[in-house]
Design a binder for this molecule. Structure first.
Ligand code: A2R
Length: 321
């Protein structure tokens, strides 16, 4: 008998077929009446596969009384109440590490593309404005500049390492000082004041909500650039938009937004801003690795009760053996 699994949101054909091999998969995208489904099948669901964006709504989790595991495709799991799950003995897993390189590459791509005004110059050429040598206004070099990283975890550390080839001076802010050669700031606002670029790569959720507020944005200032590849919730988006429009912040590269897929329309005409549709980890190779780890956690759990990558809130109840 295959265990019943609820698949929340979309997935790749590879992940879907791997799940269907081992589970009876119920896809939320194909369930017309969720209320009726939960009434009829809620008791049977033992596992959930979801993603960082859709997570698992508390009212759905409450109607899955026999749920044992939630496997999240993505490292960020702020859309799942992991504490509440752990309290019910439900193991939550995620996909750390396998996406470090590509998310870090996205951060560096945004840093370079914003400083060198990549899209503006591409538009300049396409508009037929290139008439001779150069012609486009000069841009800023990232070589040897000061870069602040908010959140020096798995991905933040990878970004810092990759930036070393640009001879950037790296500093960071986290709640706990790390044992690294990078300069530590115990106040985010002081870090923002001292750097040219601030890269945001903390988890989302209540602990980081609007950490990048008006004071931090103004400390970064008219010559500063904000790169956000974490979660939209970490930045006060209204303040960010206002600062960019007034010139109180120099530039921004944003892969994430407060209310995805809705993007502040006021940003669309600005050529000092690059906007991406939350694609930090979205390469074929990394998404395959994330999908495989999502399935691995489920298969291990239903084979011998162990998992590969539990979230910290579930470390005490998860067996990783
Ligand atoms: O604060 P610490 O010492 O726990 O350091 C973590 C930092 N962090 C914070 N820093 C300042 N204020 C906070 N309230 C705060 N909360 C967490 O963020 C740590 O250095 C970093 C998170 O690192 P990891 O847990 O290794 O996460 P990873 O794999 O780097 O991914 C970060 C996020 C995901 O949660 C997704 O939302 C996004 O990247 O894709």
């Amino acid at each position: 008998m295959k265990p019943d699994l609820l698949l929340v949101g979309g997935t790749t054909p590879r992940t879907l077929s791997a799940l269907e091999e081992r589970f009876t998969v119920h896809r939320t995208t194909e369930i017309a009446d969720m209320d009726a489904f939960l009434a009829e099948k809620g008791d049977a669901i033992l596992g959930v596969a979801t993603n960082g964006h859709d997570g698992l709504a508390p009212e759905v989790m409450a109607r899955l009384p026999n749920l044992e595991i939630i496997s999240c495709y993505g490292v960020g799991y702020d859309a799942i109440d992991a504490k509440a799950a752990a309290a019910r003995g439900i193991v939550v897993t995620h996909t750390p590490d396998v996406l470090n390189a590509d998310v870090a590459n996205t951060a560096i791509m945004l840093l370079l593309a914003v400083s060198r005004r990549l899209l503006r110059d591409d538009a300049f050429l396409r508009a037929g404005k290139w008439t001779g040598f150069g012609g486009a206004p000069l841009t800023d070099s990232i070589e040897g500049r000061k870069v602040g990283i908010l959140g020096l975890g798995r991905i933040g550390e990878t970004i810092a390492h990759k930036l070393s080839v640009f001879n950037c001076e790296i500093a960071y802010h986290t709640r706990t000082r790390r044992d690294t050669p990078y300069r530590y700031y115990d106040r985010l606002v002081d870090l923002a004041r001292d750097v040219d670029y601030l890269i945001v790569i903390t988890p989302g959720g209540a602990a980081t909500r609007k950490l990048v507020n008006r004071e931090v944005i103004e400390a970064l200032g008219p010559n500063g650039t904000l790169i956000n590849i974490a979660r939209g919730s970490v930045v006060d988006e209204k303040e960010l938009v206002a600062a960019l429009l007034d010139g109180r912040l120099g530039a921004a590269g944003l892969d994430v937004f407060e209310d995805e897929p809705h993007v502040p329309q006021a940003l669309l005409p600005l050529d000092n801003v690059i906007l991406l549709p939350h694609v930090g980890s979205a390469t074929v190779e990394t998404r395959r690795a994330m999908g495989d780890l999502t399935v691995e956690n489920l298969v291990r759990y239903f084979t011998d009760g162990t998992v590969t990558s539990p979230v910290p809130e579930c470390a005490a109840i998860a067996k990783t053996g």
